[in-house]
Design a protein around this ligand. Sequence first.
Ligand code: IPM
Ligand code: MN
Length: 376
Amino acid sequence: MGKRARIAVLPGDGIGPEVTAAAVAILKAVEARFGHTFVLSEWLLGARALREKGMPLPDDTLSACRDADAVLLGAVGDPSYDLAPRDQRPEYGLLQLRKALGLYANIRPARLYRALADAGPLKPEIARGLDLVVVRELTGGLYFGTPRSVDLAAGTAVNTLPYTRPEIERILEKAFRLAKTRRNKVTSVDKSNVLETSQLWRAVAIEKGKAHPDVTLEHQLVDSCAMNLVLFPSAFDVVVTENLFGDILSDECGALVGSLGLLPSASLGDGPGLFEPVHGSAPQLAGRDLANPIGAIATAAMLLGDGLGLHEEAAAVHRAIEAALEKGARTADLAQKGIRALGTREMTRAIADEIAAATTTMEPAPGREAACGAPQ
Ligand code: IPM
Ligand code: MN
């Protein structure tokens, strides 16, 4: 039986509209192959919303997201707002949206595609087996903490890093549950040798670890974790951490697998989930058909699986990405010297064709669904 789902689409800024169009093309290919009906509606967020409506998260955008079954987002950010006050910046719209929808758990899987074993900066023998998920706390910490202020003339600024026990408990719970669908290991990342907030984080993590004795729990300081990700990437399974550390480490994971343009994410709370690639708006690439659409397409797969419960469809999208890469399709960020790079649209077509071509229903590839986090 086909499923009907409402998806709010927020293309945003920079390369956001291009990669969102790619994700939508893939959703349409899934619709056609599996007989679902996705009712898509487009809404403003970020710099375009600031220009057209004077605010980065217009009210109609927020209510459309609340009413949707899932939200698909491209990227926000525009350098022309670099000096604007916080609430007049594109990014503020995204932060408001995460907070308003209660999206406290940001799931960012990073896995090395077999065809890209030597695309990144790591030696292939070190990169081999890289398959981890960063579970990033998304509605607390420095991003939202008060007091906060900046006084450029006086040369002073303040940010605050608050966390409460319930906030830490719920994100750790997500991480432990996810680990049980994977390799049963959680690395909790903090800076407890310096930060009081991290002392609370670690104390709660230790308690949570006792409640999940079947999962191996380790603690790493964020600086050494950043190093270990490069040295021993395949030793990580689920990495759980606070908002800013998760933001930083997930970009590092992008580099490890070959390109930030490959990584998807799901932001989950109690209502509709928000699905967005990990990369930003990349203004220098915008409008040039150069952006890698795989991050956004893998995000569409997470939307299908984690957002709508369509796990077979999610697996089909992942297989299509793998198949296109196996056949040599590469965007400019991945192409090695002498190989013709595909544009955003050509790469999308190559992946959509794989979905259409795979007419038989196969078992999900081992580990794929787990890599993207089962709905909890
Ligand atoms: C991300 C982005 C955002 C963040 C920005 C655009 C606010 O970098 O999703 O990783 O810092 O969370
Ligand atoms: Mn980021």
